[in-house]
Design a protein around this ligand. Structure first.
Ligand code: AMP
Length: 435
């Protein structure tokens, strides 16, 4: 199966070849011809399935001069996304795939100066990728004209609803013309998503590609039992002995993520953290440095990592297991994407065994447990609570692991035992939200 049978133009096929893609992914194969035909779609597809190209390629083709003919200056396609990071990624895809076409695009999201966005919109933009909050700011200031939108894409619609964007979405819908094509992408089908789809879509084609909770077959999963206080040391050992070039490491709290990145730096491993307390420019820089290989390790919280698209990421590490088993599937979906193989490593201490069992039940597979020589867990451990995003600041007593100095113990206990301030990552979802 090749892209050339899907009805895409020579310019788009060239851009696809430039990206190095040889064949369409299942969602692309199913969605592209239907979107080209002008139909609405409702697609169940998660990040990592190639969904961005599945809507971007046919959208670009339908907007290409000759195929439409909108007024210069008015937005002709609007892509709504839940987070700034996803906006930046989708915007980048639009630019890549559209590079041989005479179309203009822009991204608008919060957390950055609005004036350059206004200047871009004024100059005329065919395709606008936006988070709902900032888009409404522009609408209120009359710096965006949405009256000529021909195609609307709601990307990661379930996440937008989870983040409380339904009212903003309704306000945006009210600004759009009635006769338009609507494309809705969602990883899950809740009742709220069905309601939104009913209201929005006109006899949509239904496309379903990846069953939810299916851990990618191309990801090798392993769990290393280890004492909590030795996790950082084990991680450094795995990175160094395995000569890992690039690893995305998940921590539960913003504080824990920052601290781990600092400690790895001290161990001689270049690392940076990405989470909701970082400013937008800091986050963009962290991601760019990681993608460019300037830093080997990116430590992230779940919310900050949503929508991150890093090509062929070889290693994902759960420094702490997530409380919610579904988040494990999202996390390891960062590797082994679009057919590349990857490895997902979980560092599991005694009080996380229950979480691991929950994950195995959800994904319906056993995750092999491999003890790394030299890091055998203490057979009679005293457990310490895993840090949670919203827990208080109190320190927890911790026992010294065999063979460890007091200094080391104190340093490490600081990571495992100290929790984030109140109002942790969960409550700060608004920071990545599009205002
Ligand atoms: P997405 O699900 O849109 O976030 O895409 C996931 C990843 O797959 C991105 O890194 C894309 O660059 C990549 N990708 C998209 N389509 C293809 C394809 N047909 N072949 C190989 N990689 C692809």
């Amino acid at each position: 199966m090749s892209f050339s049978t899907l009805g895409l133009s020579a310019e788009l096929l060239r851009a696809i070849a430039d990206q190095g893609y040889t064949e369409p992914t299942p969602v692309q194969f199913q969605a592209i011809p239907v979107i080209l035909a002008g139909r609405d779609i409702m697609a169940g597809a998660q990040t990592g399935t190639g969904k961005t190209a599945a809507f971007t390629l046919p959208m670009l083709q339908r907007l290409t001069p000759g195929a439409g003919g909108g007024k210069r200056g008015a937005v002709r396609a609007l892509v709504l996304v839940p987070t700034r990071e996803l906006a930046a990624q989708v915007g980048e895809s639009v630019r890549h795939y559209g590079k041989h076409l005479p179309l203009t695009s822009a991204m608008v999201f919060g957390g950055v100066n609005i004036n350059p966005q206004i200047a871009q919109l004024r100059a005329g933009v065919d395709i606008l990728v936006a988070t709902p909050g900032r888009l409404l700011d522009h609408a209120a200031q009359k710096t965006v004209d949405l009256s000529r939108v021909e195609i609307l894409v709601l990307d990661e619609a379930d996440r937008m609803l989870d983040m409380g964007f339904i009212h903003d979405i309704k306000k945006v819908l009210a600004l759009l013309p009635k006769g338009r094509q609507n494309l809705l992408f969602s990883a899950t089908y809740s009742d709220d998503i069905k309601k939104l789809a009913d209201r929005l879509l006109d006899s949509p084609a239904l496309i379903e590609v990846a069953r939810r909770n299916t851990a990618s077959e191309t990801v090798a999963q392993v769990a290393h039992p280890v004492d909590r206080i030795r996790k950082r040391e084990l991680l450094a050992h795995l990175i160094k002995s395995g000569d890992w070039r690039q690893a995305l490491v998940f921590a539960r709290t913003k504080h824990g993520a920052s601290r781990l990145a600092e400690q790895l730096q001290k161990d001689g491993i270049t690392a940076t953290a990405i989470h909701g307390n970082k400013s937008q420019p800091q986050r963009i820089k962290a991601l760019a440095d990681f993608k460019a290989g300037v830093v080997r390790v990116l430590v992230a919280t779940d919310i900050a990592a949503r929508g991150l698209d890093i090509d062929q990421l070889p290693h994902v590490v759960n420094f702490e297991l997530p409380n919610v088993a579904e988040d494990y599937v999202h996390r390891i979906g960062r590797t082994g994407r679009a057919g590349y193989s990857g490895e997902a490593v979980s560092l599991v201490c005694v009080d996380e065994h229950k979480l691991l069992t929950g994950i195995e039940r959800l994904t319906n597979r056993d995750i092999p447990k491999v003890v790394i020589p030299g890091f055998e867990p203490n057979p009679s451990p005293q457990t310490t609570p895993t840090p949670t995003p919203n827990a208080g600041r109190g320190r927890t007593q911790q026992t010294r692991a065999p063979g460890q100095s007091r200094d080391n113990r104190d340093k490490r206990a600081g990571h495992g035992a100290r929790s984030a301030p109140k109002g942790g990552e969960n409550q700060s979802a608004g920071l990545t939200k599009g205002r």
